[in-house]
Design a protein around this ligand. Structure first.
Ligand code: FES
Length: 94
């Protein structure tokens, strides 16, 4: 995964997750925007924010907090671990 990129991960159960790679590591949030039906994995990364592709709301990738209207509810974040074997491990969404 390239730095400053986002990918969708679809677990067997639970919500779809957006996995981000920034310069200092990997992060993950729910993929569904809290404002509407958009998938944030289709959005663009600006700095350490993800821009929603529908109405251009923004969220802080590291915390899930909304940073631009019309987004006001935070995203749920998930812990990502990069293992020595190069695989990414994601805490499973409940
Ligand atoms: S659906 Fe994401 S900002 Fe509206």
């Amino acid at each position: 995964m390239a730095v400053n990129s986002v990918r969708q991960f679809v677990p067997p159960t639970g919500p779809t997750v957006a996995v981000y790679r920034l310069a200092d590591g990997y992060f993950a949030t729910d993929d569904r925007c809290t404002h509407g039906e958009a998938e944030l994995s289709e959005g663009d990364i600006e700095g350490d924010e993800i821009v929603c592709p529908f109405h251009l709301g923004k969220f802080a990738i590291r915390t899930g907090e909304p940073t631009a209207a019309p987004c006001f509810a935070a995203l749920r974040c998930h812990r990502v671990t990069l293992a020595e074997d190069g695989n990414l491990y994601l805490d499973w969404p409940e």
